[in-house]
Design a protein around this ligand. Structure first.
Ligand code: SAM
Length: 312
């Protein structure tokens, strides 16, 4: 379904400001979605600049086709493979800015056929690319109780993971779980909703989505590769929406902004220490949260955290 009327890109002003777009620079939007950020980046790029955009969801290809600009190219793939593409395009080490706006788009959550929403009834799917990998339906009907518990606990940090996993396996003895609302109801019965501000299914759905799309693995891979892809002074901007993602990003940026730690008694010369510390590192620039005004306009932005670093 190609709906895009009410899409508002998160932290747009801040992203444009901190990408510090040069007219002749090369930029990569790793989560094109509906092109919300990309379109604004393109406005700042001159005829010698270039924007590459990537998204795992084939639907994004249709949105990308609407952009008629010869300084723009879309790639339908996971950003975990970005370095393969930058090598092929001969732009590795030449990129001035990389943007990631993680999670799912409005378009994806509002399309009940995608199975991301616990509010709309649709087939349990949750894949960013429905043409590959295991759907949430297959995973939830095939996995044992221990595995279901582990995923809900680890990626949802759900207190009631054990009860939910048990209930899922019991329900399956009668019938397969095929729809989002079916799963949502099972979860609700097992979550004590006192003190819960969010829908009781929020954490479990998040956990299954992260697992199905191997989201955290993809983030770790792009973080590592970004150090090889960016040029000196190139910027990395990442918007995350949950504490699991943010912790990975924060720790990575912190770790790569420090000098290499050399154990005391190691037989190593000052020159060698100098060399190790001259290896490319990040300069931490900023952490930005959305303003109250933005949250009022776009409730989805309320949990967003933008972290910015620059390659030294
Ligand atoms: C929040 S949306 C991006 C919205 C976009 N910034 C805009 O303003 O239109 C996140 C996008 O990331 C994509 N995505 C998630 N994981 C991905 C991955 N590993 N590789 C590529 N795209 C991914 C999703 O398909 C989704 O379109």
């Amino acid at each position: 379904m190609l709906k895009k009327n009410n899409h508002i890109p998160v932290l747009l002003k801040e992203v444009i400001k901190f990408l510090k777009i040069k007219e002749n620079g090369i930029y990569i939007d790793c989560t094109f979605g509906l092109g919300g950020h990309s379109k604004h980046i393109l406005k700042k790029i001159g005829k010698n600049g270039y924007l590459y955009a990537i998204d795992k969801d084939p639907i994004s290809t249709k949105f990308a086709k609407q952009i008629k600009n010869k300084n723009f190219m879309f790639i339908n793939d996971s950003f975990k493979n970005l370095i393969f593409h930058t090598n092929k395009l001969n732009i590795t080490k030449k990129v001035n800015g990389i943007l990631l706006d993680l999670g799912f788009s409005n378009n994806q959550i509002k399309d009940k056929e995608r199975g991301f929403s616990f509010m709309l009834n649709g087939p349990l799917d949750m894949r960013f690319n429905q043409t590959t990998g295991k759907s949430a339906k297959d995973w939830i009907n095939e996995s044992d109780e221990k595995e279901i518990f582990k995923i809900i606990k680890k990626f949802g940090q759900e207190k009631f993971a054990k009860k939910i996993a048990k209930s899922i396996v019991n329900y399956r003895k009668k019938k397969k779980i095929v729809n989002t609302l079916e799963l949502s109801k099972i979860i609700k019965k097992n979550v004590n909703i006192k003190n819960r501000k969010k829908n009781p299914a929020t954490k479990t759905f998040q956990a299954i989505r992260i697992h199905i799309n191997k989201e955290l693995k993809c983030i770790k891979k792009i973080l590592k590769d970004s150090l090889k892809i960016l040029s000196n002074g190139g910027r990395l901007l990442i918007i995350s929406f949950n504490s699991l993602e943010d912790k990975i990003i924060k720790n990575f940026m912190k770790k790569n902004s420090k000098n290499v730690e050399i154990p005391n008694k190691l037989p190593i010369t000052n020159k060698e220490i100098e060399y190790l510390n001259s290896k490319k590192k990040l300069k931490l620039l900023k952490k930005i949260l959305p303003s109250k005004k933005e949250i009022n306009k776009n409730i989805k932005s309320r949990s967003a955290i933008l972290r910015i670093a620059e390659l030294k």
